[in-house]
Design a protein around this ligand. Sequence first.
Ligand code: SF4
Length: 468
Amino acid sequence: MNKNERNKLFIDRDKLYSLLDKKVPQLSQVQDILSKALKLKGLNLEEVATLLRVEDPAMIHLIMETARRVKEEIYGKRLVLFAPIYTGNVCINNCTYCSFRRDNKLIKRKVLSMDEIAEETRTLLREGHKRVLLICGESKRNDTDYMVEAIRTTYGVREHDGRDYIRRINVELAPMEVEDFARLKAEKIGTYVCFQETYDPVLYRNFHPADTKKGDYEYRVTVMDRAMEGGINDVGIGALLGLIDYRFEVLAMIEHANHLERAFGCGCHTVSVPRIEPAIGAPNADNIPSKVSDEDFKKLVAIIRISLPYTGIILSTRENDVMRTELIHYGVSQISAGSRTNPGSYAHEEEQTGSQFSLGDHRTVDQMIAMMANEGFIPSFCTGCYRKGRVGNDFMDLAKPGLIKQFCMPNAIFTYKEYLEDFASPETKEKGMKVIENLVNAVENEALREKITANLNLIHEGKRDIYF
Ligand code: SF4
């Protein structure tokens, strides 16, 4: 089978719907699947479909508790923090759920200049961010040349006498060709992110008019293959929840990850779970075709966590503070903080450019970090794996035996300490220092504990960017 045939085959619509069209499972079936999930090897498609058919609240509770244990076992108490930088809201497409759609005359359009991107970056650095996601609509004004310049500009910004800079840029961009991906790779991007929106090849057309570039389902669903062929190690997939039956989207994302694993020996690095939110001038944002309830949303996040245990789950500020606080316990491993989704609005709060959707969580970075301390979590701004080359397959090999805790936890502690020293409010600093003390005391390996303590002292004395 050649690549094209393989690409065409990996979402089998009829098969996925038929797996969902079965009886509600018995408790014993669910228990068997959850016992397997605790072995941290993931689940097959039939097992995932069985869990998606669960409706009984007591069984859903069991799924959630399993997800909590899986998450704790693999990720410990760390949560990766990032912020999106919207570089433009101009778009040639006409997606029915998005404010950036070309027919929307209700928002002010803007594409940031390089000086404006630098200003946005500086503002985020002053808040303590180290990771950003560059994101924009699809337009000639945001082509690959523009993005290459934007990446160089963002990486080039220095703050605090050169001590602070963005250490990892991920990008969320429209599908492109293998050569374009090779160019992005050469600029040292981290993860390439692109959401399929909906994986249903028939219903896709309802939301993405045929006369637009995005109307080509196949070109979009095969984008990660081109990204990996172009040398990108880490790719992030996602579906916009609310367009069709969420259960189909979850199964399809598992299939997508399986396909990448089969084809490239490495599945996806992250899965995103955006739910449709209100958006100005976007008909399906007001009239959501297949709304996902809060209970179903929590269940689906837990199912993804146990099905793809080593894949990060990203939750954006679309969700409100209550939901985000709850879901960090059940599966979410990466979370944006202090986000703004209209171009130019970090540096200029008064900026009236249109945003892509309404935000549900308005907490600042400092408030998010204080919340994490209350919940027993610590933020990680760490980019150590990426910069040491532990990406793609290497990252998976490292993560699978559970070594993630050995590298990631100390590195998270170092970046947390940096944040507390340089940016935190006095209350957050006091809370955080106690959390760090407890975490270090809990490290059983004496040599590792001493190494961590020595590095924390160096950070206190002013050294920065220490990582294993
Ligand atoms: S979802 Fe993306 S492609 Fe569609 S209109 Fe919005 S910005 Fe453009």
